[in-house]
Design a protein around this ligand. Sequence first.
Ligand SMILES: Cc1ncc(C[n+]2csc(CCOP(=O)(O)OP(=O)(O)O)c2C)c(N)n1
Ligand SMILES: [Mg+2]
Length: 272
Amino acid sequence: MTKEKPRFYKSDKKPIWCTGCGDFTVLTSLAKALSKLELSREEVAVISGIGCSSRLPAYTSVYGFHGIHGRALPIATGLKVARPELTVLAASGDGDCFSIGTNHFIHTCRRNVDITLIVMDNHIYGMTKGQVSPTTEIGFADKLATHDSDLQPLQPLALALVSGASYIARAYSGEPEQLTDILVEAIKHPGFSFIHLLCQCITYCPEQKEWKKLVQPFAETTSDYAKANKMIEQDNGLQTGVVYNSARRVWPAATDPGTLQSLDELDKQFIK
Ligand SMILES: Cc1ncc(C[n+]2csc(CCOP(=O)(O)OP(=O)(O)O)c2C)c(N)n1
Ligand SMILES: [Mg+2]
């Protein structure tokens, strides 16, 4: 197909995200990445759960599915296994992926399912107006969950590595070019690609504007598990770039024909 401009991959729906929301960067960078990869709309599907971040599919012009809370990954896995020729992306938030969806995250890493996941981590439940999430920093004031405000935040990169993810990166919503480059590489990567995005929500966490001054690149990208483990252990949560890129058995395999049957074949099973 002829190369299309990034706007080709955006829908005519106007995002309802707040002004200054980091989710806009994901839409812009994803559209640019799909343009760079010269993919047709019919070759791509974006699957999400629930949350501000999970509204992403509606704002793209590729195939999409706005699922239920925490269930982006099982839906994306089912689609990829049925239609291995599709480029399948999953979009999630920190609440969606690391609270109700944590088990799916672990098993998708473990299975090395050939999809790309972007988690827009704003450290809170944005859509429901700013409650603590599993990645909320210690000390965040939340009237509804005071007992959760002194809990150690979950470490998404560490969880991804020990669970078997083969591609692990972090990006920042204030650096759209870096996110575009990571998305291009992650989509091409055979196996599960996890992009952890520091995604500012200045409505409920205005202090996240400071991220701009604090983010720093990881020293290097490694394919060595022990080295990645060390780098992630020493990470302060504000380093960006690809930290781990390795190769292992992928599901579905490149030669897998998929399980999708034609409507005629399905009809025959149900209509006697
Ligand atoms: C099963 C279920 N539980 C709770 C909710 C309410 N709910 C909607 S969005 C949301 C949190 C979303 O937070 P996050 O995934 O971090 O996305 P954000 O809005 O911050 O982008 C919750 C708890 C729901 N829709 N379904
Ligand atoms: Mg969130």
